[in-house]
Write a protein that binds this ligand. Structure first.
Ligand code: DX5
Ligand code: ZN
Length: 222
C-alpha cells in the first residue's frame, strides 16, 4: 500500500505540531520535513532543534529531506534530533556512498534524492545500499509548483531498475502531487507520496490526507 507523507513546508510554521497531528488524524504514514540551507536551494527552513521538538509531538516517523550542501556535516545533527529517515541529494555530495553509509550506520533509513534533470543512471552502484529513492517532480526549493510531466517516466524507469535487480529500495516522489495525479503516480510505481500544498493549503488537512490515501488504495486495487 502506498504511503502518504504530508510535507510541513506548506503548513503554518508557528503551528507545526498541530499540523502533524492533523496529518496523523487523516491517516498519514510519515511526516515529511524539508530542510533547506539557503545554498543548495534558495530557501531556509528548519534546523535540528525543531526536528527534535517535532519528534516529541508525533508518533509518525520523521522523513527528513536534506536540501543542503555538504550533507555530511549536518546528517549527525538530524540523527541526534531523532530523524527516522534521512534523504540527501546526489547533486550535493561527491561522496554519496560514504554519506549514505553514515546514515545507515546510525540506524536510520537512508534515501538518495534526485533533482528532475539528474539521470537515474547515477543510482546504479548505490541502489543496493538505499532504503528509498526520492524523485523530485519539481525543482526543489519551494512548495506549490507544477508537477513536471517527465517525472511519470522517471518513476516507471526507477521501479523497473529496482525490480530487475530484486532490490528493496522504495520509490518516494516529491513535488506537485495532488488529488488529480496521485492515482496515476501510484500506477507509475510511486510507493511514498509527499504532498504539501495538496494537504495543508486546504480547509481540512486531515480530510485531504485521508482522500489522498483513499485514492492511492483505489489505484492499487483497481
Ligand atoms: C520542495 C520540497 C517538497 C515540497 C512539496 O522543495 O522538497 O517537499 O514541500 O510541496 P508541494 O507538494 O506543494 O509541491
Ligand atoms: Zn521534500
Amino acid at each position: 500500500m502506498a504511503l502518504i507523507a504530508p510535507s510541513l513546508l506548506a503548513a503554518d510554521f508557528s503551528r507545526l505540531a498541530e499540523a502533524a497531528a492533523l496529518a496523523e488524524a487523516g491517516g498519514a504514514d510519515w511526516i515529511h520535513v524539508d530542510i533547506m540551507d539557503g545554498h543548495f536551494v534558495p530557501g531556509l527552513t528548519f534546523g535540528p532543534g525543531l526536528v527534535a521538538r517535532l519528534k516529541k509531538a508525533t508518533r509518525l516517523p520523521l522523513d527528513v529531506h536534506l536540501m543542503v550542501d555538504t550533507p555530511r556535516e549536518v546528517v549527525p545533527w538530524f540523527v541526534d534530533a531523532g530523524a527516522d529517515l534521512i534523504s540527501i541529494h546526489v547533486e550535493a555530495t561527491p561522496h554519496l556512498h560514504r554519506d549514505i553509509d553514515a546514515i545507515r550506520a546510525a540506524g536510520r533509513k537512508a534515501g538518495a534524492a534526485l533533482n528532475p534533470a539528474t539521470p537515474l543512471a547515477v543510482l546504479h552502484e548505490i541502489l543496493p545500499e538505499l532504503d528509498y529513492v526520492l524523485i523530485m517532480c519539481v525543482n526543489p526549493g519551494r512548495g506549490s509548483q507544477r508537477f513536471i510531466a517527465g517525472s511519470h517516466g522517471r518513476i516507471r524507469g526507477l521501479r523497473r531498475m529496482i525490480a530487475e535487480r530484486s532490490l528493496a529500495a522504495l520509490v518516494e516522489i516529491d513535488g506537485g502531487v495532488n488529488l488529480d495525479n496521485a492515482a496515476d503516480l501510484v500506477r507509475d510505481g510511486a510507493q511514498v507520496l509527499v504532498a504539501g500544498n495538496a494537504v495543508f493549503n486546504t480547509a481540512d488537512p486531515a480530510a485531504a490526507t485521508a482522500r489522498l490515501k483513499d485514492l492511492t488504495v483505489r489505484a492499487e486495487t483497481a
